[in-house]
Design a protein around this ligand. Structure first.
Ligand code: EPU
Length: 438
């Protein structure tokens, strides 16, 4: 069974690995290619399942996607875009949330779009209400059907003013991908400004879009009648880089992450240093290491950019089980992102989760029934266990826990990790981890 990994833990990770383009940018840039009337070239693409899913969806819509030998460069030719069969799109349902971002480009190209039931990681409800409201504001007609959502724009899409209730990454991308070719001016307030969004704006500008970003989370777009293809090298995956950094810290190791870049990781690097980890930044990447002695407990709150991102939280929590004292982590982006701690507790960690907003500002989940704060007491040695991967980032955290624990752990459902971590088994081997297939 290839979906099970037996991890023989207790060894520090040592060595060098490379991260390529960011999963959460590459998939969106691929969708942006749909908006052009000439082919686009995207470089630094990682070979992960999310890229395969978007490739499949694009091909269903008539886009030709060609990859080079190691999959790192994609050429996307959207000149023959066509409507896909509902059943075919539906076959992709549950594997990704990306289909929702096809709406704007498909409405511009074909006047209609169909969105199957959406999947993505089970880390909360993950609704799409902001997305649908944005599309309606542009003048689209949104109809819910049993098999999914049908969206039409018989009279075209018209620029609009939108204020997001929360700076959602996906909703901001939805707006960008729709506004660039809508008629007139669109203004978005309370926009997300994650580096992956800024790189999407770079791509759209290369295609011919007119977009300005103010310092106060306001983005303005002047619609244009046509866009061309782009050539772009994806920014690096700061979530993957931080995941390997956390693995180095938890296992008392020393890992150089080639391709990791400082500007997108400032908040992570500050926290890594406060916990007691050391790092050296070079032109090629970042070396993360445990300098010996005790790690320190911290108070941490996840937030939208430029804060400490939610996707960094799960891997770092494993390292916090090895820090001396009480750490407090307040998750403010997702209401339900501590489910993975149950397995850690089973391995000997002392982690309590609370409904209250602990250690930071009150957030929109306070006084509601969501366990969104955690108190971690350490250091506690972790014991090997049999664990089931719950979601992408939680799964990588379980892997770190298994690598930290002495003895042999069985990690099931590792296929989920392939969604966002390129060749993670090859990288584990390069770092001296010992594991075998169950
Ligand atoms: N939200 C709504 N309504 C909406 C959209 C979002 O209430 O219509 C809420 C969500 O439920 C959540 C919050 O807004 O509580 C933030 O969600 P956001 O829309 O920002 O997240 P997303 O676009 O669905 C992307 C990444 C996530 C990452 C978040 C936050 C992709 C494909 N996914 O998700 O990445 O955690 O932004 O940075 O870009 C991952 O890589 O493992 C991952 C989950």
């Amino acid at each position: 069974m290839r979906d099970v990994l037996q991890v023989h833990g207790g060894l520090p990770l040592h060595g060098e690995i490379t991260v390529r383009g960011a999963k959460n940018f590459v998939s969106k840039a691929m969708v942006a290619a749909l908006l052009g009337d000439t082919p686009s070239t995207l470089r630094n693409v990682p070979q992960i399942r999310d890229v395969a899913v978007v490739t499949g969806l694009l091909e269903l819509h008539g886009v030709r996607v060609e990859a080079d030998a190691d999959g790192g460069t994609l050429v996307l030719d959207p000149r023959n875009v066509e409507s896909a069969h509902v059943a075919d799109i539906d076959a992709h349902a549950g594997s990704s949330r990306i289909p929702i971002l096809f709406c704007g480009p498909l409405l511009h190209r074909l006047g209609e779009a169909f969105i199957p039931d959406l999947g993505g990681c089970r880390i909360g409800d993950r609704p799409i209400d902001y997305h649908l409201e944005i599309l309606r504001q542009f003048g689209a007609e949104v109809t819910k059907r049993e098999s999914g959502i049908e969206i039409r724009a018989p009279h075209g899409l018209i620029g609009t003013k939108v204020r997001l209730p929360y700076p959602s990454v996906g909703a901001t991308e939805q707006l960008l991908l729709t506004a660039v070719r809508a008629e007139g001016i669109t203004e978005l307030s309370n926009a997300a400004i994650e580096p992956e969004i800024m790189d999407l704006i770079n791509v759209l500008q290369k295609m011919g879009a007119i977009i300005s970003v103010d310092t106060d989370r306001v983005i303005r777009i002047e619609g244009v009648a046509r866009l061309r293809g782009f050539q772009h090298t994806a920014l690096s995956d700061r979530i993957e880089a931080a995941s390997w950094a956390s693995a180095a810290l938890a296992t008392r190791g020393d890992v150089t992450v080639k391709g990791a870049t400082q500007p997108e990781m400032t908040a992570f690097l500050n926290t890594f240093r406060k916990v007691g980890g050391e790092f050296d930044i070079t032109d090629d990447g970042i070396r993360f290491y445990h300098p010996g002695g005790d790690l320190r407990s911290i108070v941490l709150e996840t937030d939208v950019h430029p804060g400490f991102m939610t996707d960094w939280q799960q891997p770092l929590v494993v390292a916090l089980t090895q820090a001396k004292g009480l750490s407090i982590v307040h998750e403010t982006v997702y209401e339900n992102r501590f489910g993975f701690t149950e397995a850690l507790t089973g391995m000997g960690a002392t982690i309590q989760v609370y409904r209250e907003c602990l250690g930071g500002h009150p957030c929109r989940f306070g006084q509601r029934n969501f366990y969104h704060s955690a108190v971690i007491s350490g250091p506690t040695p972790l014991e090997a266990a049999d664990i089931e991967v719950p979601d992408l980032r939680g799964g990588f955290s379980h892997l770190i826990a298994a690598l930290t624990a002495k003895g042999t752990s069985e990690v099931r459902g590792i296929g989920l990790i392939d969604r966002g971590y390129e060749d993670f088994q090859g990288k584990l081997a390069a770092l001296g981890a010992e594991f075998s297939h169950g």
